[in-house]
Design a binder for this molecule. Structure first.
Ligand SMILES: NC(=O)c1ccc[n+]([C@@H]2O[C@H](COP(=O)([O-])OP(=O)(O)OC[C@H]3O[C@@H](n4cnc5c(N)ncnc54)[C@H](OP(=O)(O)O)[C@@H]3O)[C@@H](O)[C@H]2O)c1
Length: 251
């Protein structure tokens, strides 16, 4: 039981929920591969993960919208970690816009990042995950089920990620478990990248706070333990679960 001695790949591990997850996995004694585009932030998390006790930490800079990079990530992680027990498909981005102004390249980009890359990574790791009775956790979003104006492209790709989770849970059982964590608003740098003025961003954040029964944004450290729980063998009878970690947003 537990993650001690296991090997876990975390995408989007340089910041936010992914960084918190990498540190939580490290603290539980697992080796970890950190994936994202920016090497510098990954190196910072790698140093912290070693301090927390990870027996091995591998940094793999990669753009997951690039198929060749995805293949390289898998080959590197498998070689460096000597196989993989867990995969956390967490990398993501929020490109929000009303349909009349939206760029369809953003829809393609988010579909590549939120659906295609996770599916490709699962396939690349499947022999190892199957041999080791592994676990996949996809980090999706409440936006995959809650309809909202100006976020239709983001929500559609997250709905697809939820569907991918449930479909692959059925297809890959009993060898590999596939679950999703469905976050509500969590305080991470994802909000810095939104195409909003400071005033509009403040208004957006206070609307999200008001719509969240717990009355505040979550912290990444409040999400990471649930990702670890789904990776853990103690969740051995859980697959196809879409677990809201959302301050009651979807209650
Ligand atoms: N924060 C929230 O309120 C919230 C709510 C619901 C769902 N989520 C989901 O939670 C996940 C984590 O987001 P977060 O909130 O923790 O935001 P974040 O801090 O911005 O983390 C996203 C990570 O994804 C990486 N990434 C983005 N594009 C990438 C690409 N093309 N290739 C590889 N890595 C890429 C980023 O690193 P680089 O820029 O270095 O590549 C970044 O570290 C996302 O899937 C997001 O949709 C977040």
């Amino acid at each position: 039981m537990g993650l001690h001695g296991k090997a876990v790949v975390v995408t989007g591990a340089g910041t936010g929920i992914g960084a918190a997850t990498a540190l939580a996995v490290a603290a539980r004694g697992a080796a970890v591969a950190l994936v994202g585009r920016r090497r510098d932030v990954l190196e910072d998390v790698a140093a912290a993960a070693k301090d927390r006790g990870a027996p091995r930490v591998v940094v793999i800079p990669a753009d997951l919208t690039d198929d060749a990079d995805v293949t390289r990530v898998a080959a590197t992680a498998l070689a460096e970690l000597d196989g993989v027990d867990g995969l956390v498909n967490n990398a993501g981005t929020g490109r929000f816009a009303p349909l009349r102004d939206a760029d369809f390249a953003d829809l393609r980009h988010m579909f590549d990042l939120h659906v295609t890359a996770p599916a490709r990574l699962i396939r690349e790791f499947l022999p190892s995950l199957t041999r080791r009775r592994g676990s996949v956790v996809n980090v999706t979003s409440v936006a995959g089920s809650l309809a909202a104006p100006n976020r239709s492209f983001y929500g559609a790709t997250k709905a697809a990620a939820n569907h991918l989770t449930r479909s692959l849970a059925r297809e890959l059982a009993p060898d590999v478990r596939v679950n999703a964590i469905v976050p509500g608003p969590v305080d991470t740098p994802i909000y810095d990248g939104l195409p909003l003025s400071a005033d509009d961003l403040a208004e957006f954040r206070s609307a999200l706070t008001a719509a969240t029964p717990m009355g505040r944004f979550g912290d990444p450290a409040e999400v990471a333990p649930w990702i670890c729980a789904l990776l853990d063998d103690s969740a051995s009878w859980l697959t196809g679960v879409l677990l809201p970690v959302d301050g009651g947003r979807c209650a």
